[in-house]
Design a protein. Structure first.
Length: 86
């Protein structure tokens, strides 16, 4: 199974056991396919913390790895510059 193979690859790379994982699935995964993934985790001996789709995973990776991500975190509506009305 795919999850068993991925677990072995991850454990070889990290040098430790892997138990808790976040799984990224295709954007058009339906509920039955997500349920099958949850069943497969039992066979692989994994604890799936979250199942996220590709667009969400891409957004998380972009904002966590981009140099300008601190700008995204700093901005709040209360810190906006106030403009004078004419």
């Amino acid at each position: 199974m795919v999850l068993i193979k991925m677990r072995k690859i991850d454990e070889a790379f990290l040098g430790s056991t892997v138990k808790n994982v976040v799984v990224t699935v295709l954007a058009y995964f339906n509920d039955s396919e997500c349920q099958a993934t949850m069943v497969a985790r039992v066979i692989a001996g994994l604890n799936i913390m979250h199942i996220i789709n590709e667009p969400t995973a891409a957004a998380i990776a972009y904002f966590s790895l981009s140099p300008s991500s601190s700008t995204f975190k700093r901005w709040t509506p209360s810190r906006r510059k106030k403009t004078k009305k004419k």
